[in-house]
Design a protein around this ligand. Structure first.
Ligand code: FEO
Length: 170
């Protein structure tokens, strides 16, 4: 593995770890506000990002490269609304997708097909996560400021949490 690919993979460890802590902060915000469904969604999302991080750490070690466990950024913990929470979620996922695409590009430049192959799992994962984030934000845009709409949104998001939990157990 080239030094530049090694650095990019370590950067990605940091991005996934930051995402995990960010979603934990978002879960806690939602929990505090009484949006229990949204809280469970982000608690689960936080766990998933931790798994994404660990998968990278294990891969870098398997390839006998050097893992650097990073210092993390302070997550944003205050949000004005559910809309802002989910806008932030989508932005975070778009950012991660851009970084993954950059790694893929560099793998091709350096003809590192092994890392390229490994990263395909992340490409698929990002497609799914961005789609979920976009769908949920679209629903919130339709709901607007309607409080009963928010209540129903919070209730319905439980279905996604349950479906994701089932998928993770398979
Ligand atoms: Fe692992 Fe959603 O980025």
């Amino acid at each position: 593995m080239t030094t530049s690919i090694e650095k990019l993979l370590n950067d990605q460890v940091k991005y996934e770890a930051n995402a995990s802590m960010q979603y934990l902060a978002m879960a806690s915000w939602a929990d505090e506000k009484g949006y229990n469904g949204v809280a469970d969604f982000f608690y689960l999302q936080s766990e998933e990002e931790r798994l994404h991080m660990t998968k990278l750490v294990k891969f870098i070690n398997e390839r006998s490269a050097k893992v650097i466990i990073p210092e993390l950024s302070k997550p944003k913990s205050d949000f004005e609304s559910l809309n802002q929470l989910f806008e932030f979620f989508l932005e975070s996922e778009v950012f991660v997708t851009q970084q993954i695409n950059h790694i893929i590009f560099e793998c091709l430049q350096h003809k590192d097909y092994n890392v390229h192959n490994f990263m395909q799992w992340y490409v698929t994962e990002q497609l799914e996560e961005e789609a979920v984030a976009k769908t949920l934000l679209d629903k919130l845009m339709i709901i607007g400021d309607d409080k009963s709409g928010h209540y129903l949104f919070d209730r319905d998001i439980n279905m996604i949490v349950t479906a994701n939990a089932d998928t993770n157990q398979e």
